[in-house]
Design a protein around this ligand. Structure first.
Ligand SMILES: NC(=O)c1ccc[n+]([C@@H]2O[C@H](COP(=O)([O-])OP(=O)(O)OC[C@H]3O[C@@H](n4cnc5c(N)ncnc54)[C@H](O)[C@@H]3O)[C@@H](O)[C@H]2O)c1
Length: 436
């Protein structure tokens, strides 16, 4: 039996707090696709296919033809930033897409101007901007964001909205008392509790307004009991945290392969050099700590050293990020992996991934917005584990559930969820039911 999914009517507004490198790259890319200049490469919703039924049936439609998603022609973008640059100017500044291509999209991009940010330097020490909302309390700031959301929706005649946090990584915060219930959280908003970071105020505003919310950065944002509960109560789907791109993407591709062959790993040293604004923000130890926690959790969950002590008990895992301006957005991620095989013989794998951070992240923003909206139209609420596929630090439904990091298991979960929504048989890859 399939789930009742409402049709994608009218326009979908994608709201992005933080109009920096990633956000401007996704916006420019969608316009380029709509103008026929480019193809949506890297986007599972646009280019991915899904196998249905038995292998002999030869049914593998495009995902976008299988589940009802908004067409890219019906998507509009908006967002907030503490710099007043319009999206064209911000994209030129980010330097991800070449200027000749950006100039072909100039008229569309320069129409998108940021709304004033809810920002506090105490949470992102390296940024200094002036395009910021002023209010006495965090609750008033949340109300101002809610007004922005309503104004955007009306002005752009949107039927539906989705929000994806593309703002900078905030300093490391641990879950505390104010995060436990919505009553305490709202009290904290009124009292300017320092444990409520700006990204939480955006998440609160979105969920209050019934807007699905995804968090592309590693800071807590909606990953606190108060907001998870609010999302459930308000019937809003949410997910996070931290887009899985670059080095962690590679890690979650390689590590499951090693484990599947019962090969041991003695050490995994990862270092990155990058020179964009994100790299500058992460150069601050408090902001890096948030990222480090997100990047370190991955191997532990995939390799399960407690269940495989001979292979992974002594694994030494280290992650470094170094701000190196000459590389700009073109990050270089080095991995040195010390592995061992039969009779303990040592081997090494070296990966040097010359990647483009925002090029890898942009399609994830698009997919998350489209899939979260699909979830909302399918009446799914709370944490969407099937979207773990997109994250370094996937939020699990409950705290005692372990997040899944293995990209192949994540893919299966995502595709089986789509099959479930459409009433198609789930695929187990068992294969015993084929005739010899
Ligand atoms: N690019 C990737 O591969 C990747 C992967 C995982 C996570 N991320 C995360 O995605 C986020 C965006 O990355 P980016 O490369 O675009 O960074 P960026 O520095 O280019 O853009 C971030 C933008 O957010 C703005 N901002 C910061 N705080 C804000 C606030 N409170 N309200 C509104 N705007 C705010 C900044 O002014 C900036 O323009 C970062 O947190 C980054 O860690 C990126």
């Amino acid at each position: 039996m399939s789930v009742n999914i409402a049709n994608p009517e009218g326009k979908l507004g994608i709201l992005l707090p933080g109009l920096g490198a990633v956000a401007t790259t996704v916006i420019a890319g969608v316009h380029a696709v709509n103008k026929g200049i480019s193809k949506p490469i890297g986007s599972t919703t646009q280019m991915g296919t899904i196998r249905l039924g038995k292998r002999t049936e030869n049914r593998s439609p495009l995902i976008k033809d299988f589940v009802p998603l908004y067409d890219l022609k019906n998507v509009v973008f908006g967002g907030w930033d503490l710099f007043e640059d319009n999206v064209y100017e911000a994209a030129v500044h980010a330097g991800v897409i070449d200027k000749t291509t950006l100039d072909q999209l100039k008229s569309e991009l320069e129409q998108i101007k940021p709304m004033k940010a809810v920002f506090d330097k105490n949470y992102v020490k390296k940024l200094e901007g002036s395009y910021i909302k002023q209010a006495d309390t965090k609750m008033q700031l949340a109300e101002a964001l809610i007004q922005d959301i309503r104004d955007f929706k009306a002005k752009n005649s949107c039927e539906r909205l989705a929000m994806v946090w593309c703002g900078s990584t905030e300093i490391y915060l641990e879950e505390s008392d104010v995060h436990q219930t919505i009553e305490k959280f709202e009290e904290g908003l009124r009292n300017n509790d320092p444990n409520i970071a700006p990204s939480m105020i955006y998440a609160y505003a979105a969920i209050k307004e019934g807007v699905p919310y995804a968090n592309g950065a590693p800071n807590l944002s909606a990953d606190i009991p108060a907001l998870v509960k609010l999302a459930k109560d308000n019937n809003v789907p949410i997910c996070g945290k931290d887009f899985k791109t670059g080095q962690t993407l590679m890690k979650t591709i390689i590590a499951p392969g090693m484990k599947t062959r019962s090969l041991g790993i003695a050490g995994w040293f990862s270092t990155n050099i990058l020179g964009n604004r994100d790299g500058e923000v992460l150069d601050d130890p408090d902001n890096f700590k948030t990222k480090e926690v997100s990047k370190l959790g991955v191997l532990e969950q995939i390799l399960e050293p407690e269940k495989n002590p001979d292979l992974y008990k002594d694994l030494y895992h280290k992650v470094r990020i170094n701000y190196y301006p000459p590389h700009g957005d073109n990050k270089e991620g080095w991995d040195n992996i010390d592995i061992f095989g039969w009779m303990g013989y040592k081997m090494q794998i070296k990966v040097d991934f010359l990647c483009r951070d925002s090029i890898l992240a942009a399609p994830l923003v698009l997919d998350l917005a489209l899939f979260l909206d699909l979830a909302a139209r399918s009446n799914m609420s709370g944490v969407q584990e099937w979207l773990s596929f997109y994250f370094k630090s996937p939020q699990a439904k409950t705290k005692n559930l372990m997040s899944m990091h293995d990209i192949f298991k994540q893919e299966m979960k995502l595709k089986n969820t789509l099959r479930y929504l459409k009433g198609e048989e789930l695929i187990t890859h068992l294969g015993l039911d084929y005739e010899d």
